[in-house]
Design a protein around this ligand. Structure first.
Ligand code: ADP
Length: 421
């Protein structure tokens, strides 16, 4: 049985409205900037319920007042940001009762807040208002002003309510995005302050440290017996301090993208040999077995040899540090089509899965600062990662977990390949 013509027409109108709502929902999700989003919501609500204008009132996050946030009737600029009393106002009633209200003759309602009505820019004759809600929370009120033709219908109220819910989610997302941007900006500022502080502090520390190192080395030459031992302790501690300052300085250069590379062609085997020489005595002092597997068929890379030695040295130092005495440290290579991987493995304390990425953050250490047993500032890996990245390489870690040892991988482009120098 075919429905009568009238019913057919109503059905068609409903389908059109639904299609309109789906399209609106898609376009609302396309922007995360608050101002254009509010404008879009007002424009589509006018179209959807055939009204002359729209107002959006939102709850202020701090004061919890319901305030005018947008209006497209060409009203006064003073309107935006103005609070509306919750009691005895139409918008307040819609918010508190959390349901749509339709007024075909606003002037007949004692709650009509005439004072604001004047500033809206049009004479408010009729009004359809709906709450804007996300789940159980009402975040504001959407008001369509002056129906162009005839009274408000039930369909107007349902359509505006659906639009208001979609708009509420989109506004909430835009507000979150704005808060996130603000947080990022603040983080950026703090990061800059931190870098400036490190740059100034490490610069200021270098001069007195140079003097301490100089005099300590004179003392070592001129004294003997117990005094020589004391001079040695001063000298060694000053060297330790210098390496800490060097790490801080390296970090600042990397942060400022000011790392200058003096590139030279070098064989992969030579890189490994240099790194081995630098770490051998430290590894032996801790009773570790250092196994270095040089490549069978050597290849070349173009790198800053000193900077690569720092990066590899940081990995090897960590392997020595985070492996209990008598462990095994292996340095080996793997050749891929366009790159070489230099791998440093140890059978030490390993890395918990949740820290696998964070260990590369500045100042991050798996052990708590108060209870940690190993020295260091948590800078070695971020410096190494920055240096490797400056060579168009990558540095990453793998570990099966705590006490399962760790492997660190450096990838470098090989000479003669597409990415190589
Ligand atoms: P630092 O060694 O000064 O603490 P790093 O940036 O070099 O700083 O390392 C950060 C953290 O990563 C270390 O504190 C440690 O928790 C973890 N880590 C680094 N290398 C290893 C390793 N070979 N085995 C286990 N943990 C490691």
């Amino acid at each position: 049985m075919t429905p009568p013509n009238d019913a057919n027409q109503t059905l068609e109108q409903q389908v059109t409205k639904l299609q309109q709502l789906v399209e609106i929902s898609l376009s609302l999700n396309s922007t995360l900037a608050l101002e254009p989003l509010l404008q879009m919501i007002m424009d589509v609500s006018c179209e959807l319920v055939d009204s002359e204008a729209t107002s959006i009132l939102l709850i202020d996050r701090n004061t919890r007042d319901l305030v005018f946030s947008a209006n497209n009737s060409g009203g006064s600029d003073d309107l935006i940001g103005r609070p509306v009393p919750l009691q005895n106002s139409i918008a307040g009633t819609i918010l508190l009762e959390n349901r749509p209200f339709a007024f075909n003759d606003v002037s007949a309602d004692p709650r009509h807040y005439e004072e604001i009505g004047k500033d809206v820019g049009v004479e408010v004759r009729s009004l359809l208002g709906v709450p804007m809600r996300i789940k159980d929370e009402v975040i504001g009120v959407l008001e369509a002003i002056n129906k162009r033709d005839g009274p408000w219908t039930r369909a107007d109220a349902s359509s505006l309510l659906v639009l208001a819910s979609q708009a509420a989610v989109a506004i909430h997302n835009a507000q979150l995005m704005a808060a996130l941007r603000k947080a990022y900006d603040e983080l950026d500022k703090t990061d800059k302050l931190k870098n400036d502080f490190i740059a100034i502090a490490s610069h200021e520390l270098r001069t007195p440290l140079g003097i301490i190192l100089g005099y300590a080395s004179f003392l070592r030459m001129d004294t003997e017996g117990e005094s020589l031992e004391h001079a040695d302790v001063v000298f060694q501690s000053a060297l330790q301090l210098r390496s800490i300052i060097e790490q801080l300085t390296n970090l600042v250069y990397l942060k400022e993208d000011a790392v200058e590379l003096s590139l030279a062609e070098v064989s992969v085997a030579d890189l490994l040999r240099t790194a081995q020489q630098d770490i051998q005595s430290l590894a032996e002092a801790k009773g570790h077995l250092l196994v270095v597997r040089l490549p069978d068929a050597d290849r070349h890379v173009t790198v800053d040899v000193g900077k690569m030695a720092t990066a590899l040295g940081n990995l090897l130092n960590n392997a020595v540090k985070f492996t209990p005495a008598g462990g095994e440290i292996v340095m080996e290579t793997q050749f891929r089509p366009d790159e070489v991987w230099i791998i440093v493995r140890d059978n030490g304390v390993g890395i918990p899965p949740e820290s696998a990425d964070t260990i590369f953050d500045e100042f991050y250490q798996v052990e708590d600062h108060l209870t940690r047993r190993h020295g260091g500032m948590g800078l070695g890996l971020s410096i190494a990662q920055g240096l490797v990245a400056a060579h168009q390489g990558r540095l990453w870690a793998e570990s099966a977990g705590a006490d399962q040892g760790s492997s660190f991988f450096i990838s470098l482009p090989l000479n003669g390949s597409a990415g190589g120098g």
